[in-house]
Design a protein around this ligand. Structure first.
Ligand SMILES: Nc1ncnc2c1ncn2[C@@H]1O[C@H](COP(=O)(O)OP(=O)(O)OP(=O)(O)O)[C@@H](O)[C@H]1O
Ligand SMILES: [Mg+2]
Length: 333
């Protein structure tokens, strides 16, 4: 194979790169470190997070930020770095690159991302909507399926889409994701125990003991917390405390699912009922999430295999199914 086919899932927290025939080759923080003026890229991904962790004057840049949208220059720099890592400095065989973007990114912004990708050394550049990529990566036969729901539970946002015959019938993208669950845990711990969790501890609690449904057996987990006087202490938090804390943001996700189902025409409802929802993204690894969304959505729900990779894998796989993309006209060659 002369030119590589590369799929890039540039998320708010993580960047994944899938290379056809090789699989996921990059899974690192979606972060860059630049000099103080933001003029020169010093490090990307894991190296950037290590550099920034050491303190100093480097500046942290996240190419995709919730609310603030996409920083094109940063996307371009990041993609250029990633292409360089994968195909080397010799750009004789430039790669075909497919990028997944949040669905709310506008036409003008899409064009800018494509141009940045071409400028970064791609032979051809394509964009795909995140939920569509998630479904493809979850091995849903999107072109032939008569109606299915996909819920991508990311860090910064959750996307819910209904897909039939290669088209998105309905879509909701909410700025509630894994980060919101972490914040809810921090708030609950602060109000119950009067201590502050340092960065990362709420997420550790969520992964260790979190559950969308009431846990069958009680669990608990010890974390480091900062008392009001600033001293660090060890604190044991129970699974049911975590479950109660994340209930509200999870209900918001369930509501988005209900709204998408409601937007789909009556004629498609039976197929949604039959095929249910497939859950992707890191948040799909939360215990009980399929059960929770199934009961609130009134449809069957299942977690995709390797859910956190679905968007990246689907983004790369879509390069072999370009007819799906070309219809959307989001490409440059
Ligand atoms: N076992 C787990 N249980 C619950 N949540 C988890 C688990 N593992 C990872 N997560 C959460 O998944 C989220 C990361 O998922 P993912 O990598 O899909 O997000 P992202 O693509 O970077 O973000 P976005 O799609 O919003 O831009 C984080 O909030 C993380 O805490
Ligand atoms: Mg994502």
């Amino acid at each position: 194979m002369l030119s590589k086919k590369i799929g890039i899932d540039l998320g708010t927290s993580t960047v994944l790169v899938y290379v056809k025939g090789e699989g996921i080759v990059v899974n690192e923080p979606a972060l860059m470190a630049t000099d103080e003026r933001g003029a020169r890229v010093l490090a990307v991904g894991r190296a950037a997070s290590e550099l920034l962790g050491r303190g100093g004057k480097a500046r942290a840049i996240r190419p995709v930020r919730d609310g603030d949208g996409v920083d094109y220059d940063a996307v371009g720099a990041m993609v250029q770095h990633l292409i360089g890592r994968i195909v080397g400095r010799q750009r004789i065989f430039r790669p075909d690159v497919m990028l997944s973007v949040p669905s709310m990114v506008t036409g003008v912004e899409r064009r800018a991302v494509l141009e940045a990708t071409m400028h970064a050394g791609a032979k051809s550049a394509y964009l795909i909507d995140k939920p569509m990529a998630a479904a493809i990566g979850a091995r849903v036969p999107v072109a032939t399926t008569d109606g299915i729901l996909v819920v991508n539970l990311g860090a910064g946002s959750t996307d819910v889409a209904a897909i039939a015959h290669g088209e998105m019938l309905a879509l909701e993208s909410i700025r509630i994701g894994g980060d919101s669950l972490d914040r809810a845990i921090e708030e609950a711990v602060a109000s119950t125990h009067g201590v502050r969790l340092p960065p990362g501890e709420a997420e550790r609690l969520k992964v260790a003991t979190g559950s969308a449904t009431v846990p069958a057996a009680e669990t608990s987990f010890e974390v480091t917390a900062a008392a009001a006087d600033g001293r660090n202490l060890q604190l044991r938090v129970s699974g049911s405390e975590v479950q109660a804390a994340i209930h509200t943001p999870l209900l918001a996700i369930a509501s988005a699912l209900q709204r998408v189902i409601a937007q789909v025409g009556e004629d498609r409802r039976p197929s949604l009922q039959r095929n249910g929802a497939v859950l992707t993204g890191g948040g799909a690894m939360l215990r009980g999430i399929a059960e929770f969304l199934a009961s609130h959505g009134g449809i069957p729900a299942r977690v995709a295999r390797d859910p956190q990779s679905c968007v990246a894998v689907g983004t790369g796989m879509a390069l072999d199914n370009l007819q799906v993309i070309r219809r959307g006209q989001h490409y440059i060659t």
